[in-house]
Write a protein of this length. Structure first.
Length: 239
């Protein structure tokens, strides 16, 4: 265990399933969309805390391919929220050295929002302080299908396809696999998040709803991670 902000070992890449916005709002007698707003407002402080702890890449699960099945008003509210967030926060994120990436299917996203996303990626592509990878219209299965389609399109032969080559065809191509996956909101499932990349990630679940997940909670998750014994299938070497 480590106190303060320095850990013996910090995950390079952390994935967060930002769950519990709806229940957070419900508990306050508010509509679900206000929960999503509360959730969006929580991204910035957690991103800054991540930089402070030495995390280099953060993937946040913002909208899944399955979330289209929610009531239309909630879906369009979530689309508007992303658009508004890019409009309001992009310049500041860029000024703070945040490299924005997107993992997900562009098809299906409204064209204006697609353009906003492309502009955000282009503007911030050389920033180095931290990578903020936004999983939006993301599904792990869709990602694998899209990779297979592209591999076929590119004419690769069966022997050309290795795990490394395949990984490069995923939306996360070039990004190291997540070391730690955090899920807020109390559920113990992946919900189609990074199913390929998280093969050897450590998992951490907290009942705290996403809008309430703060620096102290992140510290607890990192502390837990520090004490995990990652064996990757091997036998632990005596120390
Ligand atoms: C997570 O919060 C955000 C999205 C899935 C977009 P939820 O909206 O799933 O909140 P709960 O799980 O219903 O409380
Ligand atoms: C996972 O949360 C997706 C996001 C956080 C964007 P869900 O609320 O959609 O997952 P389930 O339905 O509980 O599995
Ligand atoms: Mg949920």
């Amino acid at each position: 265990m480590t106190s303060g902000t320095s850990f013996r070992r910090v995950p390079y890449h952390v994935g967060i399933v930002m769950d519990g916005n709806g229940r957070w709002a419900q508990a306050r007698g508010m509509p679900r969309l206000l929960g999503h707003r509360g959730g969006v407002n929580n991204i910035r402080p957690v991103l800054e805390a991540s930089v402070g702890f030495g995390i280099k890449a953060l993937t946040i699960y913002a909208f899944s391919t399955e979330n289209w099945a929610r009531p239309p008003a909630e879906v369009s509210g979530l689309m508007k929220l992303l658009s508004e967030t890019i409009r309001r926060q992009l310049a500041d994120l860029h000024a703070n050295g945040v490299q924005i990436r997107h993992s997900g299917r562009m098809a299906g996203i409204e064209p204006g929002l697609q353009q906003q996303i492309r502009d955000a990626l282009e503007l911030t592509k050389n920033n180095q302080r931290i990578i903020l990878n936004v999983a939006f219209n993301y599904g792990g299965r869709a990602e694998i299908v899209d990779a297979v389609r592209q591999i076929i399109q590119d004419g690769l032969k069966p022997d050309d396809v290795s795990e490394d080559v395949f990984a490069r065809y995923l939306y996360t191509g070039g990004l190291p696999d997540p070391d730690l996956i955090i899920r807020t909101g109390g559920e113990y499932r992946l919900s189609n998040f990074l199913i390929w990349q998280a093969a050897y990630a450590e998992y951490y679940a907290t009942p705290t709803f996403w809008p309430d997940f703060d620096k102290e909670e992140l510290r607890r998750a990192l502390q837990d991670f520090e004490d995990r014994d990652r064996r990757f299938g091997k036998v632990k070497t005596p120390s």
